[in-house]
Design a protein around this ligand. Sequence first.
Ligand code: PLP
Length: 418
Amino acid sequence: TAPLSEVDPEIAQAIADEVGRQRGTLEMIASENFVPRAILETQGSVLTNKYAEGYPGRRYYGGCEFVDVAENLAIQRAKDLFGAEHANVQPHAGAQANVAVMQALMEHGDTLMGLSLAHGGHLTHGMKLNYSGKNFRIAAYEVDSESYRIDMDKVREQAVAERPDVIVAGWSAYPRQLDFEAFRSIADEVGAKLWVDMAHFAGLVAAGLHPNPVPYADVVSSTVHKTLAGPRSGFILTTENLKKKIDSAVFPGQQGGPLMQAIAGKAVAFKIAGSEEFAQRQRNTLAGAQILAERLTGADVAEHGVSVLTGGTDVHLVLVDLRHSELDGRQAEDLLHQVGITVNRNAVPWDPRPPMTTSGLRIGTPALATRGFGDAEFTEVADIIATALKPSPDVEVLSARVAKLADDFPLYEGLETW
Ligand code: PLP
């Protein structure tokens, strides 16, 4: 029962320092969020002690009666939230969920058609070093070279030519909504299964601010920790038809014992995601991203070569295009870090700069919306970023503006254990 600070002061210090960092800076990495205290509690609970291979009511271990309650709640809430026939809440993370989907839907050597990594797709959608790229023939689609959007006519042409077995729709860096109806009709035309990876925008779907892929897709995979603001983990939604295949691909196909503390956290996250307060936060997330996009498309930044891909956003992130700026992605990321704003550099499609440098930034608003930011605060943040990306910014003045915002919106107030 000795506290962490006694058992392992070095780790306790690393956690304390990380709490300080999260409190004192503005988190704008598009894939991050802050879980509520209730979810921190599940993550640090005794559920971490329990082995529960199998599924509720069909476990390979004794003593599962209470973890069954938690997993059944997570399953039911995921189904209700997204209107799905079946949910598997055991994937340890998004990448594990995706490998299970591939195992369930594909044979070695089948063709997978997903958005290219260089154009905003995820590693698990066919990158050559990933399990997906190593085991399947990849026919990646790209964004249009003028609009930077996915052109569904081109996806259709490519699908007809490549005859994929599975089409995956989803992204890690793309600022627009996807047309699931068009993806479904293309999949039907070429006899492919449709898999949607909604990891990034699941929270917007839950709040009704993004079309729901569930009615169109054979399988939907997701993370829980991005816009959904739950514990770091994944889940899969599917139909009655594919339920058995998906369940057996997750366990015993890919995983052993599920992380019951994370599954309990997912149950809590899905409950919260059904609330009006959550929906309001998603509206603030979206409005914040739109404010940022508008501010970063102004003439004062354009004259310094800064713009926004597709000219705006209809999701929770903005892709800043620095191809014509003197600043490259790495320098811009470092500069924002100096003023206290955390973002990640990101290659833009056909990026002329090398991958470790890049010509873009991915900036997201979910974590700040969770922190309580509304239009006024997002306007201030957008102005700080726009000023930072122009020549000779006054880092001290901008840091003070960031510090004021961070002070005005305290994080995890009153919490002493993490
Ligand atoms: N799918 C998409 C679209 C993602 O953006 C990510 C994470 O960035 C993942 C899957 C993988 O999730 P995880 O990092 O939890 O494995």
